[in-house]
Design a protein around this ligand. Structure first.
Ligand code: HEM
Length: 666
């Protein structure tokens, strides 16, 4: 093969009118591969490579390097290449529209922008609010463009997600709570939800007034309605309800100057772990939540201020809290967590305000920077090791440094949330949902509430001016989370958001339908993507027990039909993890991207970096220390993600090191 330089190729591409072609020489793993001579095969080869592990569409890079030299591509090839689906999917779309965005004001800014723009100076919209979710694999729509997958490989229709949910996600003892994890506390469940609400919110279609579509009634003809059929003999609905409303996620806008490709979904948030759930993801939300002198607004009793949108207010005296993320009142444990972090912000502001020369703006931004860093630290140091296997953590370099700075920031890594993670893999947390939440009082008496009765209602958090908040958090700390397995609690599988007519939803079925709505390729494709064995029959499913294989074969005609949420959730866990190999692979990669693709990653040096002394303080933070500093809870276990046990005893908050902000003294 002839070889040419990168510059030649780029020059040719530019000649052809394409501005964003980047080729890299960093692909050792295809060194030994023989490059097809035939032009058509070559094209297929390149397309394949750009979506495989290591070579990646992760940053939309096209790595074409054989024996450390670049393969010569004729002008025609380049044109074909950049017009190829692979290129359009991952790369061009991000940049055609906002290519004129200037980042000069952010180059030297020590603080992140509110909406995540210009975190990546080369590709300013990567990871920003409103950007397209990117993909590790190209989508599989029924028509190749927009229609959800609805046929088996045999040509017969796929079963309704509700039927699949009944077979796969219902426990052997309907009506009984699903099994609990032996070690993990409900705080692991709550942190997962709280943290992922900093990373992604996928907006769904609404009617013209911005209200939810009623896809089983008046809006049934709406293009974005994709209701879920409920069979007449459904064991829960028993003919009372035969349809579950479901709106498709809104499609990403088509981009100026780009050929419209297949349907994509967007992220309403910045994907970065940047405490956006506390501050919101725009300057407007910062302004809305801000109080004078760098504080965040709270009520007189140190709760979140009113102004949010709640579906239910069960008591006249309750108020509907507003927070950085609109889902704050989805369940009370989540709502409680939001209060803690706003209190933490104000707690830190009080310390930093001792720097008399600092403006309110500086105090606010420094505190915001600290909170974002604490969330990154708690997530990577304390939370992820409870979820992912040591192998995944090592393979994706997810452990943090004990000393010094992290210098592996790579602006070619795409920090965006990946479609399959938001619409499937990270929804593993739905299996940890408990049947009830409540208060555990100081004297160890308890008051519990069925989960289905307290969803979308802030009552447990705000009642009596929040006096029960310590009891709510104590309950979350001292009770076990649901076991991550294929069973999903009836509270959300049969009774999700039940209304006064008794109509309700199934979260498990939603997850399946969402995957189809987003065009997620089926489970077997992800195994291939992750370098795992690819099943051709149900017996070949290496990571499922026999019973589960049989169940899968009851609801899917072919093993290659299995929806990724179903196949992934029902895998046997990998050694040292609560998740199977596919979710380990996908979540591991996502958190790699969120770390090495974040210019403001807390361990990074540079203009936005912490001083060594400040880093030392951040590194000593635990969720227990956060809780003790803002809540009068008395005792706590040091590892908040595990229930108390011999190795994790309760200790007085007085013994938990206090957060100390001397290192920020000017
Ligand atoms: C009581 C607890 C929870 C409830 C009631 C709940 C409910 C929901 C609902 C209704 C959706 C939207 C479904 C759809 O329309 O497709 C959703 C999305 C999601 N949930 Fe949960 N969830 C809970 C806990 C969790 C936990 C613990 C996690 C992870 C550890 C989690 C991860 C996700 C993710 C990643 C999404 C997609 C977000 C997006 O892309 O907008 N959830 N959840």
């Amino acid at each position: 093969t002839d070889t040419v330089s990168v510059d030649d190729i780029v020059a040719q591409a530019i000649d052809n009118g394409y501005r964003y072609v980047r080729f890299e020489r960093t692909c050792p793993n295809i060194d030994d591969q023989v490059l097809p001579r035939d032009e058509k095969q070559l094209f297929t080869f390149i397309r394949k490579q750009t979506f495989s592990e290591g070579l990646t569409s992760d940053a939309g890079r096209l790595y074409i390097a054989i024996n450390k030299e670049l393969v010569k591509l004729s002008g025609k090839n380049i044109t074909q290449l950049v017009r190829s689906k692979a290129y359009r999917d991952s790369f061009a779309r991000q940049f055609c529209r906002r290519s004129s965005l200037r980042c000069s004001e952010f180059v030297r800014s020590p603080y992140r922008s509110a909406d995540g723009r210009c975190n990546n100076l080369l590709y300013p919209t990567l990871g920003s609010r409103g950007a397209t979710q990117s993909r590790y694999l190209p989508p599989k729509y029924e028509d190749g463009i927009t229609q959800p997958r609805n046929l088996s490989g045999t040509g017969k229709p796929l079963l309704s997600p509700r039927l699949i949910s009944n077979e796969m996600f219902q426990g052997p003892h309907p009506g009984k709570p699903t099994p609990k994890d032996r070690k993990l506390s409900l705080m692991t469940f709550t942190w997962g939800q709280f943290m992922i609400h900093d990373v992604v919110l996928t907006p769904v279609s609404t009617n013209e007034d911005g209200e939810e579509l009623k896809c089983c009634d008046e809006d049934a003809d709406h293009l974005d309605c994709l209701p879920i059929d409920i069979p007449p003999d459904d064991p829960h609905f028993r003919g009372r309800q035969n349809c579950m409303s479901f709106s498709r996620s809104i499609p990403a806008e088509s981009y100026d100057g780009c050929a419209p490709g297949h349907r994509e979904q967007v992220n309403r948030l910045t994907s970065f772990i940047d405490a956006g759930n506390v501050y919101g993801d725009s300057l407007l939300s910062h302004a809305l939540l801000n109080a004078p002198h760098g504080y965040l607004n709270t009520t007189k009793y140190n709760l979140l201020p009113p102004g949010g949108v709640c579906k239910t207010l069960s008591n006249d005296r309750d108020h509907c809290p507003i927070a950085g993320d609109e889902r704050v009142s989805e369940n009370p444990a989540l709502g409680g967590m939001h209060v803690l972090w706003v209190r933490l912000h104000n707690h830190i502001v009080r310390q930093l305000a001792k720097n008399k020369s600092w403006s309110s703006y500086k105090i606010f931004q420094e505190t915001r920077k600290i909170l974002g860093a604490m969330m990154q630290l708690i997530t990577y140091k304390h939370y992820l090791p409870k979820i992912l296997s040591p192998r995944t953590i090592a393979r994706r370099n997810l452990s943090l440094k004990e000393h010094g700075y992290e210098t592996r920031y790579d602006q070619e890594i795409d920090p965006s949330v990946k479609n399959v993670v938001a619409a499937a893999a990270f929804r593993f947390g739905h299996s940890m949902i408990p049947p009830e939440l409540g208060y555990l009082f100081h004297d160890m008496t308890r008051r519990t509430f069925k989960l289905e009765d307290i969803l979308l209602d802030p009552h447990l958090v705000v009642t009596q001016r929040g006096v029960y908040l310590p009891d709510l958090i104590r309950f979350v700390l001292r009770n076990s989370s649901g076991l991550v397995d294929r069973e999903i609690e009836s509270a959300v599988r049969n009774n999700l958001f039940v209304d006064n007519q008794g109509l309700s939803f199934d979260l498990g079925a939603f997850n399946i339908q969402r995957g189809r709505d987003h065009g997620l390729p089926p489970y077997a494709d992800w195994r291939k993507h992750c370098g795992l064995s690819v099943p051709t029959t149900f017996e070949h499913l290496e990571d499922h027990d026999i019973h589960t294989r049989e169940k899968l074969s009851n609801v899917y005609e072919l093993v290659t039909d299995i929806d990724v949420f179903v196949g992934g959730l029902s895998e046997l866990p990998e050694e040292g993890s609560v998740l199977g190999p596919v979710f380990n692979c996908l979540i591991g990669k996502q958190f790699r991207d969120l770390k090495f693709g974040d210019r403001y990653w807390f361990e990074n040096p540079g203009v936005g970096g912490f001083t060594p002394d400040q880093l030392k303080v951040i590194r000593s933070v635990t969720l227990a220390s956060v809780i003790c500093s803002v809540l009068d809870i008395g005792e706590i276990q040091r590892d908040a993600f595990e229930i108390q046990h011999k190795g994790n005893p309760l200790v007085s908050c007085k013994k938990i090191p206090k957060l100390n902000f001397e290192a920020w003294k000017k």
